[in-house]
Design a binder for this molecule. Structure first.
Ligand SMILES: Nc1ncnc2c1ncn2[C@@H]1O[C@H](COP(=O)(O)OP(=O)(O)OP(=O)(O)O)[C@@H](O)[C@H]1O
Ligand SMILES: [Mg+2]
Length: 390
């Protein structure tokens, strides 16, 4: 016998409820929308039997079921519904035409997920890089994580900066027990599991959608804990844990091997080099002033060399006329095109008040200044450059 929640159109609901009872199951709740389905998943039924229609099935529903260890049986009446399920990472659906018997088979066949998260598709790793001079890597990484969570995706934001970790203070979190260092330690002994990640990650809650945070090393002297191998293992584990892993890294991609003759000595930039190498997508941030632009253009070539992906979105941050002259958008765009061959950069305006307010309150920009032009620019970046590419 299973405890079941039904989230189905009224026309099918009565029949399925009757069949469920006939097969000895208990229907503990009926949800009439995706929002309700996400809420009742927290009752921890054994299974959610849900129509694969946008009205009933969403990323938020799946995330809630994954979190509560609830098996999802999605019913598809045709190709559009199968496509919707697949787009959410749910590749197995049962055929509506087969009626309850197909649900019964699914209930008997697929085991209840044991891990907190039973993802069927690998998640996406986004590394936020930028040259020296504090162009806004951390600010962008936090804002991107917030926007992805706001559309219902499961997200972990990890502070991989081995020179100056700053996500914990920026989000008002304790960093006495840095989550990312703990994850590296466990990865080093082959003991990093989704359950451990659930345990060591802190949560950022928001009415728009929260996310997990692996805070960074508060004391920079701990950098040897972030070896390349361990960082790679943590990234690999996060990839199967959540939809999006957002990595904030230090500025330098310089290979310390070239400086040190000891090939086996730990390398301080290994964490950043690994995060760039293993990323599926890179957000490259530069400061939109003459010094920031020139630093960005010089370091960009190094980034392209270190990255395996060509999916690089260039963001020019703190765009303002006072630092670059009239028509700052045109100036920045032309400079990047002429000297770096870079087209269509995303421009984020300089907005001292919005960013100061966010740091002061330990909130994301989406929570603290939802209508600020900088937030809207980053929201558009996430929608048009990250989510639109699947
Ligand atoms: N668009 C913006 N307008 C105004 N201030 C901004 C903007 N973006 C970032 N800032 C501010 O700039 C400062 C540096 O930003 P941030 O810490 O994100 O940079 P970083 O590249 O991560 O630097 P670090 O080298 O310390 O890691 C912060 O005080 C932040 O609030
Ligand atoms: Mg930073």
């Amino acid at each position: 016998m299973a405890r079941i929640v039904l989230a189905l159109p009224p026309a099918r609901e009565a029949e399925y409820a009757e069949q469920a009872a006939r097969h000895g199951h208990e229907v503990v709740a009926r949800a009439s929308s995706a929002a309700e389905a996400a809420v009742v998943a927290t009752l921890r039924p054994d299974a959610l039997v849900v129509a694969a229609e946008p009205r009933y099935l969403s990323a938020r529903v799946l995330a809630a079921c994954d979190d509560a260890g609830v098996r999802v049986v999605a019913i598809a009446a045709g190709d559009p519904e199968r496509r919707l399920a697949a787009s959410l990472g749910l590749f197995e659906t049962t055929d509506a035409a087969a009626g309850w018997s197909a649900v019964e088979l699914a209930l008997a066949g697929s085991p209840r997920p044991t891990a907190a998260r039973a993802r069927t598709a690998a998640g996406t790793v986004i590394t936020v890089w930028g040259p020296a001079g504090a162009p806004g890597r951390t600010s962008l990484a936090i804002a991107v994580a917030g926007e992805l969570a706001a559309v219902g995706r499961s997200v972990v934001l990890a502070d991989v900066d081995s020179h100056g970790a700053s996500i914990a203070p920026a989000l008002g979190m304790l960093d006495e027990a840095p989550g990312f260092a703990a994850a590296c330690r466990l990865a080093g002994s082959g003991a990093l599991t989704h359950e451990e990640l659930d345990r060591i990650a802190q949560g950022y809650s928001s009415p728009l959608g929260g996310f997990r945070v692996l805070t960074g090393i508060g004391r920079p002297s701990r950098w040897p804990e972030l070896s390349g191998e361990r960082v790679a293992a943590v990234i690999a584990q996060c990839r199967t844990w959540v939809d999006f892993t957002v990595l904030d890294i230090g500025s330098s991609l310089e290979n310390d091997e070239e400086i040190s003759s000891d090939l086996f000595a730990p390398r301080r930039n290994a964490a950043a080099v690994t995060a760039v190498r293993d990323a599926d997508r890179i957000v490259a941030v530069g400061a939109a002033d003459p010094v920031g632009l020139s630093r960005f253009l010089r370091a960009y070539a190094e980034l392209e060399e270190a990255a395996s992906t060509r999916d690089i979105t260039v963001v020019m941050n703190r765009v303002r006329a006072s630092a670059i002259g009239m028509n700052p958008h045109g100036q920045v765009t032309q400079t990047l095109a002429r000297f770096g061959g870079i087209d269509a950069p995303v421009l984020v305006p300089h907005e001292q008040g919005a960013f100061d307010g966010a740091v002061l309150s330990g909130r994301t920009l989406a929570d603290s200044a939802p209508r600020s032009p900088a937030r809207l620019a980053i929201k558009a970046l996430v929608e048009n450059r990250i989510l639109s590419r699947g």
